[in-house]
Write a protein that binds this ligand. Structure first.
Ligand code: GLV
Ligand code: MN
Ligand code: MN
Length: 416
C-alpha cells in the first residue's frame, strides 16, 4: 500500500464555503440554524447533500430511518467501507457547526481524494445520521442506536414529536423513508469529526482533541401532578403546587450533580405547565431530565440520588412525581487502535493535540458498541454549542478535516 504524504491537504475555502452555504437552510436571524430533524429545512439540506455527493461520484442510498449513505468505491469491494460523517440536523436554536462540520468535512475529504486521483484500497462511505439531536424525537442518536440494535426499527418509527407526528410520518412527508434495511450498510470502522462543544481545547490552546471516551447518559420524562386552585384564595399551607415542586427538583438535580462532580452533570431542559394561567396554582407539569457521567458507577449514583430526592420532595409536598427513565446509554471507550490512528494523524500533520472525553453524545458512541469507532475534536469559541452563537475558526475546521482525511487514509489504505 502506498503512503500518502502529509502535504495532501483538503481545500479549506471549499469546506468553509459548504458550511456557510448549507447554513442558509434554517438560518436564524441571530446567525444560527434551526433545522429540526425530518422537517422542511432538513429536507432542503438533505437534497443539497445528495446532489453534492452524487456530483462527487458517490452512490447514495437511504435506509428506512432516513440515514443517508454515500459510497465511494475502493479497489477491494469485498471489504466493508471505512465510514465517516456525522449529522445535519440541529437543535431548535443551534449553530452552524454541530454535526455539520463532520458531515461536510467527510464530503470535502472525498472531493480532495477525487481531485488528487487517489483510489483507496477499502471503500469509503459518508453518512448523515437521522436525528442525532433528539430535540424533536427522543432519544437522541436514534438512527445509529437502531443501526447497532439498541432499539427496533418499528419502535423508532413509532416515536412521536410534541405534535403527535411519528418518525414514520415525518420520513414520508419529506420523502426520506428509504428502502435500505437499517444495519445493511456495513462498516469496517467509523470516524467522526466534531467541534468539541466544551471549553478544554480552546483553554489549553490545542488544535485537535483525540477523543478516547464519551459520557454515558440518563434521560428521564417526568410528570408532576399537584392540584390546580385559585392563586388568590388558596392559603400557602394548603397548596399542592406542581411548579414549586419542580423548582425543588431542579435545585436538587444541581446539588446532586455537584456532589458527584466534576465528572457529572444534570439538567432539566424542558418544563411545560399543562394549563398555565397567572392566577391558577400550577397543577400539572411535564419535564425532562438529562444526567451524564463518563463513569458508570457515578451514573448509578446520580439515578439513585435523583429518585430519592424526588420521592422526598413529592411526599413532603403531597404531590405525585412520576420519573420514567426513557434512555440509558453507557459511557463510551473508543477503540484503542482507532484512537491511536487519530493521534498518529494529528502528529504526522504537526498539530498540537490531547486526549479528551466527549461531554456530548455522538453517533460514533453508538457505533462503537459494534464496530471500531473514534472521533476527532476541534475547538469551538468559548466552548459554546447548542446555541446560535456557536462558532469555530476556519483554520481549526480545516485542521480537523485534514486529521479526518489522514486517519481515513491510514485505515482504508491507498491502492498502489
Ligand atoms: C447531542 O447533541 C447530545 O449530546 O445531547
Ligand atoms: Mn452533534
Ligand atoms: Mn448537538
Amino acid at each position: 500500500m502506498t503512503q500518502v504524504a502529509s502535504n495532501l491537504q483538503i481545500d479549506s475555502a471549499r469546506l468553509w464555503g459548504t458550511i456557510h452555504e448549507t447554513a442558509k437552510f434554517g438560518a436564524t436571524p441571530k446567525g444560527g440554524v434551526r433545522r429540526l430533524t425530518l422537517g422542511a429545512e432538513d429536507k432542503q439540506v438533505r437534497d443539497w447533500f445528495k446532489t453534492a455527493c452524487e456530483a462527487a461520484g458517490l452512490e447514495v442510498h437511504v435506509d428506512t430511518l432516513g440515514s443517508m449513505f454515500a459510497l465511494r468505491r475502493g479497489r477491494d469491494m469485498s471489504k466493508p467501507p471505512v465510514g465517516l460523517g456525522s449529522h445535519l440536523d440541529t437543535q431548535p436554536t443551534g449553530g452552524k457547526f454541530d454535526g455539520v462540520l463532520g458531515t461536510l468535512a467527510a464530503l470535502e475529504v472525498v472531493r480532495t481524494l477525487n481531485d488528487a486521483g487517489i483510489e483507496t484500497e477499502i471503500p469509503l462511505c459518508i453518512v448523515n445520521w437521522t436525528n442525532e439531536e433528539g430535540s424533536r424525537f427522543a432519544p437522541a442518536m436514534m438512527a445509529s442506536a437502531a443501526y447497532v440494535g439498541d432499539f427496533t426499527v418499528d419502535d423508532i418509527l413509532s416515536r412521536k414529536d410534541a405534535d403527535g407526528v411519528t418518525v414514520a410520518d415525518a420520513l414520508e412527508i419529506i420523502g426520506y423513508r428509504g428502502d435500505s434495511a437499517v444495519g445493511a450498510q456495513k462498516f469496517s470502522s467509523f470516524i467522526e469529526l466534531h467541534i468539541e462543544q466544551g471549553p478544554i481545547l480552546e483553554a489549553e490552546g490545542k488544535t485537535i482533541g483525540v477523543v478516547d471516551s464519551g459520557q454515558g447518559l440518563l434521560w428521564y420524562d417526568g410528570r408532576i401532578t399537584g392540584f390546580e386552585s385559585h392563586a388568590g384564595s388558596t392559603p400557602m399551607r394548603l397548596r399542592r403546587d406542581a411548579l414549586a415542586t419542580l423548582s425543588e427538583i431542579v435545585l436538587a438535580m444541581e446539588t446532586i450533580a455537584k456532589k458527584h462532580g466534576p465528572n457529572a452533570v444534570g439538567t432539566i431542559g424542558e418544563a411545560v405547565i399543562a394549563k398555565p394561567s397567572r392566577n391558577v396554582i400550577p397543577g400539572e407539569i411535564a419535564f425532562t431530565v438529562d444526567c451524564r457521567s463518563a463513569d458508570a458507577a457515578i451514573m448509578d449514583a446520580l439515578d439513585a440520588d435523583l429518585r430519592a430526592a424526588t420521592a422526598e420532595i413529592s411526599a413532603r409536598r403531597k404531590v405525585e412525581v412520576a420519573l420514567d427513565l426513557i434512555w440509558r446509554k453507557a459511557p463510551t471507550r473508543f477503540d484503542p487502535k482507532l484512537v491511536d490512528a487519530v493521534e498518529a494523524a494529528a502528529k504526522k500533520l504537526g498539530f498540537s493535540h490531547r486526549r479528551i472525553t466527549s461531554g456530548a453524545g455522538h453517533d460514533a458512541c453508538n457505533l462503537n458498541t459494534r464496530i471500531p469507532a473514534a472521533m476527532v475534536f476541534v475547538p469551538c469559541k468559548d466552548g459554546v454549542s447548542h446555541n446560535e452563537l456557536e462558532d469555530a475558526t476556519q483554520a481549526d475546521c480545516t485542521a480537523g478535516a485534514n486529521v479526518l482525511m489522514h486517519t481515513v487514509l491510514a485505515l482504508a489504505g491507498v491502492a498502489s
